[in-house]
Design a protein around this ligand. Structure first.
Ligand code: GTP
Length: 173
């Protein structure tokens, strides 16, 4: 998309949040660069990547922010959420605790982000289906109650990764 640099119609900031090791960094790596790493290290502070795409004939630059799930590595929270128009709340579908913590992450999000932010709940690692610890119904119920979009993904197998980013970006647009 190099030729389009001058003509970007919108820049959308989307933040990734959720417990450590649920796969936030790998979801972003898969979406932005079509890469995946099995020995992904914990994120320290904040990183972001951009990807330019076309939605509805408009050139949209998605700026996706990734932060540490571990408290001790987290950067200043309000700066992270500033200007965000979308949020992806990620849990690991093989780790019940990471799903139970979604209410805590939602609380933080609602306390810091814009009221109109579009939120998607993501159950990652669906390639590990036999280890499932979070029934789809539980996630759907939470999504319905809190007015979130919901999808299960696999950064490893590329399942729904593109779709979930496109869905949130289209909804923002
Ligand atoms: P923090 O940076 O500590 O917040 O963690 P994170 O949420 O960014 O997790 P990260 O992307 O670093 O992934 C943690 C581990 O899960 C790594 O070993 C990844 O390779 C693995 N992982 C990520 N996504 C998937 C997936 O879809 N399937 C499987 N099987 N493993 C995954």
């Amino acid at each position: 998309y190099g030729d389009y640099n001058q003509k970007i119609d919108y820049v959308f900031k989307v933040v990734l949040i959720g417990d450590s090791a649920v796969g936030k960094t790998q979801l972003l790596a898969r979406f932005a660069r079509n890469e995946f790493s099995l020995d992904s290290k914990a994120t320290i502070g904040v990183e972001f990547q951009t990807k330019t795409l076309i939605i509805d004939n408009k050139i949209i630059k998605a700026q996706i922010w990734d932060t540490a799930g571990q408290e001790r590595y987290r950067a200043v929270t309000s700066a992270y959420y500033r200007g965000a128009v979308g949020a992806m709340l990620v849990y690991d579908m093989t780790k019940r605790q990471s799903f139970d913590h979604m209410v805590k992450w939602l609380e933080e999000l609602r306390g810091h982000a814009d009221q109109n932010i579009v939120i998607m709940l993501i159950g990652n690692k669906c390639d590990l289906g036999s280890l499932r610890a979070v029934p789809m119904e539980d996630a759907e119920e939470l999504a319905q109650r809190e007015n979130l979009f919901f999808m299960e993904t696999s950064a490893l197998e590329s399942t729904n990764v593109e779709t979930c980013f496109l869905t949130i970006l289209t909804e923002i647009y």
